[in-house]
Design a protein around this ligand. Structure first.
Ligand SMILES: [Zn+2]
Length: 128
């Protein structure tokens, strides 16, 4: 007689009552982040089209350089979070939210409370 396949741990799912608020939380976050990104674009001196090209003093140039570095660092941070949240949203859709993308174990709910867009469990995060 063939051995019965063991039920996989990934069968555990969060109920919709739990996922619904998480999903709307993510959607709000996403909206906020997109807004922040747009505002940053306006702040960035390099993307400002009416910036004076000629006779710009050297320190102005340096200041713009600094402003650009700062805004692009911030923008990278925002982009990273947008990606994480989009990933989390798609994991909710496929019913894999809260499951570590690396080892397939459930992510600790305490961790998800603090960091709802976590894609990996604590152990896998530590190994990185
Ligand atoms: Zn893991």
């Amino acid at each position: 007689m063939p051995k019965q396949k063991s039920t996989k741990k990934t069968d555990i799912r969060f109920p919709t009552s739990v996922l619904q608020p998480v999903q709307s939380f993510f959607q709000d976050q996403l909206k906020n982040l997109e807004k922040q990104k747009r505002n940053l674009k306006k702040e960035d001196p390099f993307s400002n089209s009416n910036r004076t090209a000629d006779n710009a003093a050297l320190d102005t140039e340096a200041e713009e350089q600094f402003g650009h570095a700062r805004t692009s660092a911030l923008r990278n941070e925002i982009d990273k979070r947008i990606i994480e949240i989009r990933k989390s949203l798609s994991r909710i859709r496929v019913g894999k939210y809260g499951i570590c993308e690396n080892c397939g174990n459930m992510i600790d709910t305490d961790r998800l409370m603090i960091y709802p867009q976590a894609l990996r469990c604590v152990n896998c995060e530590k190994k990185r």
